[in-house]
Structure formats: structure tokens, C-alpha cells
Design a protein around this ligand. Structure first.
Ligand SMILES: Nc1nc2c(ncn2[C@@H]2O[C@H](COP(=O)(O)OP(=O)(O)O)[C@@H](O)[C@H]2O)c(=O)[nH]1
Ligand SMILES: [Mg+2]
Length: 402
């Protein structure tokens, strides 16, 4: 049932390699035998050092360990190279399939609302839009279609799917399962937990183990501060964790609210990052760069609201950056028909705490523009190392979902 995706050296791997490398897609496996210095960033001196340790090819490099004393290269740098080699080996050796996201939960849990946030169908902006074409049917995130599923209540007639062979059609090959629970509807907690358990059992029956995100939804900003609500949710989390363990699943928990759009993009991005081959490396590159640039927080964000990575000294700073990055992207989108364009390096000044949010274009591929948003205390010159960061991170963004 998997739908296979064609592999292409030029489309996916090209920018990880030096310019002179030529590879025919039909003999893609040959990249594994290329000498290590064909990889972008590996110089001849390092090549010799690696060779002395018996690491000659890209494949050898993927099998090396960074802590090995016999390789005389800084272990942070070596780790990155090994990680890249692993990504390449994985790309070449494993079939690429189309990914699938499932969004499930009781009726009224908020699934349709979550999807319209992801579509960036913000009603205020929608009302202001001069022209509106037909609504897009399917919602995609990171280019992956999201399938929704109502459980329980009015949708009872569909529940046969959970127990019958038909479930196979619907659930099979799920990469990430997002399970939504309405935290405001305490009366239906038991029902929500019950269906959650049934879904996990259904996946187990299929021999599948999707990545799992449980969304504590409708946790609106004003109720987040209420002690009794938080206690109730803490108990809910324990119950969900127990049912998960019984079914050999370990979910990631996230809180969401349509009144905090940032929370929705972050929660869905978490699920995607969990199945990404390159997310970890992208995150560590961003962390490294942010420290070097003296940044308080930063986020790699696409025009579609996809959060590739975020980092920062406090949770509040990270939220501030993500929220404003999203906002600026939305404004640009809204006024794009009037020729409104993002400046090369847009700067936003927060006058209450004397901080600056600076945007940097990182890549534009497949209809998505990725910006690096960086929160700084001083507008010092940090652009020198940016091109290095961009060169390193751009190929990894292209390989984010493979
Ligand atoms: N307070 C609050 N209400 C929400 C939120 N998300 C959805 N709702 C409301 O919950 C109801 C059910 O939402 P809907 O998206 O239709 O649920 P679905 O049946 O799972 O698709 C609607 O009235 C929404 O406006 C949220 O984050 N906070
Ligand atoms: Mg719905």
C-alpha cells in the first residue's frame, strides 16, 4: 500500500556534495563508495586523517564513531560529518515512501479547527482578503497530507472501522498519529481514553508503530493559569500514559489552543520532527549558530508555519520569536498580491525590553520560504557566519522529510 517516491541525487543530495560530483540516479548506490572529501566541508587534511583511521568512503564514515580516539578531528565536527553520511546511506538504501499523518479524536474535540489553523485560514484575515478561490480540500503539513478521523458520539456508526479489517485501509502506514483530547470537556475524558486505547490496540494489531503526539487541546491561554484545570490535566496525563504503556507506546504530550496559533504549529511540528532524518542535526546547527551570534532565541520557520527547529535561553523567548515570525509571514502572505515583500533582513524592535527580532532568508524550495528568526539584545554584526550556517542547513531542510 506504500506509495513510493522516486529518488534523485540532484534534487535531494546534490548540495551535500562538492560541485564536481556527478551521479546517475540509476547507480545512486555509487555515492556510498565516493571518497569522504567529496562531501561538502571535508578538506584534504581531514581526508588524510580519516583515511589513517581506515575511513575512506562515505559508507565508512557512516559507520565511524565520533569518540574514537584514533581519528584526530574535533569530535563536534566529526559527529556532524558522520550524521550526514548516515543520512546519505539511509537515503540510498531505504525505499522512500509517501508519508501519512492521522489526526484522530472524539467528535467536537477540535480537529477541524486545528486543521484550519494549519491552513492559516485565519478568519480575520480571511474576511479582509480581496479575492478568495475555492477552499483547499486537503490540509498538508510539511507537504504531508493529514487524514482526520472522528471517534465516538455522533460518529458511532463509523466505529466498526476500529474493529474490522477496514481499519487496515484507514490506519495502515501511518507515520504520525495526532490524538486530540478536549481538556475542557471533563465528562468525556473516559470516552476519550477508551478510544485512545482502542486505536493503539488497532495499530498494534497491524504491527505498526507510528510516532505519537497527544494534544491536550482547548487549553486556552486564560485557563492555563487555573490551578484546578492543571490538576485535572495532570491526572488525565497519567491515565493516558498508563494506557500507552499497556499498548507499548510512548507518546509526546503537547498543549494546544486555537487562541494560541503558535501552540498548534509547534505541536504538529513536533510530530514531524520526530520522523525526520535531519531534524536532530538541524537543531544542533541552529543551537550552535544562535550561541555564536549571541542570540537569546531563534527559530527556523517556513511561510507555511512549519517549525523546523527552535532554541533559546527561555521558553518565553522561544515563544516570542515563533509567534512574531508566524505573524510576519502571515502579513506578507496576506498582502502579497499588492507586491508586499519581506525585506532582505526585516528587523522588529521590542521597545519594552530593548530587543530585536531579525529575519534572514535561508531557503526557498517547493513553494516554501524558510526564514531564520533571531532574537538579539544588540544589533551587532553577526552576518559573517550566516552564510556558513545557511550552506550547512539548507541541504538538510530539503531532506527533512524523506
Ligand atoms: N475554547 C476553544 N474552543 C475550541 C478550540 N478548538 C476548537 N474549539 C471549538 O470546539 C468545537 C468543535 O470543534 P471542531 O473543530 O468542529 O471539532 P471536531 O469535531 O473534532 O472537528 C467548535 O465549536 C470549535 O469552535 C480551542 O482551542 N479552544
Ligand atoms: Mg470536524
Amino acid at each position: 500500500m506504500d506509495q513510493f517516491v522516486e529518488k534523485s541525487f540532484d534534487k535531494d543530495l546534490r548540495s551535500l556534495f562538492k560541485k564536481d560530483v556527478r551521479v546517475d540516479n540509476r547507480s545512486l548506490h555509487e555515492v556510498l563508495d565516493l571518497p569522504v572529501d567529496k562531501l561538502q566541508g571535508i578538506d584534504l587534511v581531514s581526508k588524510d586523517k580519516l583515511e589513517e583511521a581506515g575511513v575512506k568512503t562515505i559508507y565508512d564514515l557512516s559507520q565511524a564513531t565520533a569518540s574514537e580516539k584514533k581519528i584526530a578531528i574535533d569530535s563536534t565536527i566529526l559527529k556532524k560529518w558522520i550524521r550526514k553520511a548516515k543520512i546519505i546511506v539511509n537515503y540510498v538504501q531505504n525505499p522512500l515512501t509517501k508519508k501519512k499523518l492521522v489526526l484522530a479524536g472524539l467528535d467536537f474535540a477540535g480537529k477541524t479547527s486545528l486543521l484550519s489553523v494549519l491552513k492559516k485560514d485565519y478568519s480575520v484575515i480571511q474576511d479582509l482578503m480581496p479575492t478568495k478561490g475555492a477552499q483547499r480540500d486537503g490540509v498538508e503539513f510539511f507537504g504531508i497530507p493529514i487524514i482526520t478521523w472522528d471517534l465516538g458520539g455522533q460518529a458511532l456508526y463509523r466505529n466498526e472501522y476500529l474493529d474490522s479489517g477496514k481499519s487496515k485501509l484507514f490506519f495502515s502506514d501511518t507515520d504520525v498519529l495526532f490524538y486530540v483530547i478536549d481538556v475542557q470537556d471533563e465528562k468525556r475524558y473516559d470516552e476519550a481514553i477508551d478510544y485512545y486505547g482502542k486505536m493503539l490496540a488497532s495499530y498494534k494489531g497491524l504491527g505498526e508503530k507510528p510516532s505519537l503526539i497527544v494534544l491536550f487541546h482547548k487549553l486556552d491561554p486564560q485557563i492555563k493559569e487555573q490551578e484546578h484545570v492543571m490538576q485535572r490535566i495532570a491526572k488525565l496525563q497519567v491515565d493516558i500514559a498508563n494506557v500507552s504503556t499497556e499498548n507499548e507506546f510512548s507518546p509526546i504530550f503537547a498543549s494546544t489552543s486555537i487562541y494560541d496559533k503558535n501552540s498548534v504549529f509547534v505541536a504538529f511540528s513536533l510530530g514531524i520532527r520526530n520522523i525526520s532524518q535531519t531534524a536532530e542535526l538541524v537543531a544542533s546547527l541552529l543551537e550552535e549558530y544562535t550561541v555564536k551570534a549571541n542570540g537569546k532565541a531563534s527559530v527556523l520557520l517556513s511561510s507555511e508555519g512549519e517549525v523546523f527547529a527552535q532554541t533559546g535561553v527561555t521558553k518565553e523567548y522561544i515563544e516570542l520569536v515563533t509567534q512574531n515570525g508566524l505573524l510576519i509571514d502571515t502579513l506578507v502572505k496576506f498582502d502579497i498580491s499588492k507586491g508586499f515583500k519581506l525585506e532582505k533582513n526585516p528587523v522588529l524592535k521590542f521597545s519594552d525590553n530593548e530587543m530585536y527580532l531579525i529575519g534572514h532568508h535561508i531557503s526557498s524550495q517547493m513553494g516554501r520560504t524558510v526564514y531564520l528568526w533571531l532574537l538579539l539584545q544588540n544589533l551587532i554584526d553577526f552576518t559573517s557566519s550566516l552564510s556558513f550556517f545557511r550552506n550547512e542547513v539548507e541541504p538538510l531542510l530539503n531532506l527533512f522529510i524523506i
